[in-house]
Design a protein around this ligand. Structure first.
Ligand code: SF4
Length: 279
């Protein structure tokens, strides 16, 4: 059985930067991360063992403690509150997320109603909303649009991990109902590259394994795209989840991984695949 790894898979620029900087911060003060640094439970555990605790809020932290803002970013008032509390901030908001935040802010100032294309509850979307004014709305799919309270002038930005298909369908639908539409394509190229590589690979193999946190939006989307290519696809977090029956009759198995999946987990999956005994 041939095992093929997607051309682009695993940690993206923003996540690599966040992980490296977080590990560098260890030991100077007590270090906390506001929410899991990345959507990968195994890597978050590795960070915890190194001394970086994940906290849901900073109410119990003391002045002088270090607070990491993860790559998804946060609304501006959160940083202000943390500073007022005397915390040292390490802001690891990915520059691409920062760009989406800035576009949202400018659109709002220019009088557009901001439409964020993304998942309503995703922390990155919440961080962009924090820059987008009170009238901003989130659209997950084009089906959400009928019945929404939308003005005539709309300004659109995307959660960086959106698929182009969903984004363009929403933009086309908005075009039909708006008087003026300004669109910033804020989908990150890392996401696009991983999505394209996953699609291409899915067409070449018999079965796809997608490695990454079940709480990782971009990993789940990679799995969806592989399924859309008609391939049996399994989203796993760790190598031990691989079941031999998935690989029965397969001559080629494809492996890809979300932007928040560390190399050591991908390598573990490849090693396990080499050892799997297929009937
Ligand atoms: S996927 Fe893109 S936007 Fe998100 S952290 Fe990675 S580089 Fe940044």
């Amino acid at each position: 059985m041939e095992i093929i790894l997607a051309d682009k898979a695993g940690f993206c620029f923003g996540v690599k930067r966040a992980i490296n900087t977080a590990f560098e911060a260890v030991g100077k003060t007590r270090v906390y991360c506001l929410g899991p640094l990345i959507h990968n439970p195994q890597e978050v555990e590795r960070l915890r063992q190194a001394g970086i605790e994940t906290v849901d809020d900073f109410g119990s932290l003391n002045a002088g403690d270090t607070l990491i803002i993860r790559s998804h970013g946060v609304p501006p008032h959160v940083i202000e509150q943390a500073r007022n509390r005397g915390l040292t901030i390490i802001d690891l908001t990915c520059p691409f997320v920062g760009k989406a935040q800035r576009h949202a802010e400018v659109l709002h100032k220019e009088g557009y109603q901001v439409v964020v294309v993304g998942e309503k509850k995703h922390p990155e979307v919440q961080s962009i909303l924090g820059h987008a004014g009170d009238s901003a709305v989130v659209v997950e799919t084009a089906n959400d649009i009928p019945g929404m309270k939308l003005h005539g002038r709309l300004g659109v930005v995307a959660q960086t991990t959106q698929s182009y298909g969903n984004f363009s369908e929403i933009v086309l639908t908005l075009l039909r109902i708006s008087k003026e539409l300004k669109v910033f394509n804020t989908i990150c190229s890392s996401t696009k590259e991983r999505q394209e590589a996953a699609r291409i690979l899915a067409r070449q193999v018999d079965v796809m394994l997608v490695v990454g946190g079940r709480n990782s939006a971009n990993t789940s989307r990679l799995a969806d795209l592989c399924r859309q290519e008609g391939k049996p696809t399994h989203h796993i977090e760790v190598a031990d989840e691989i079941r031999p029956e998935w690989l029965e009759g397969a001559t080629k198995v494809g492996v890809t991984a979300g932007a928040s999946t560390p190399d050591w987990l991908v390598e573990g999956v490849i090693e396990k695949l080499k050892q799997v005994k297929i009937r």
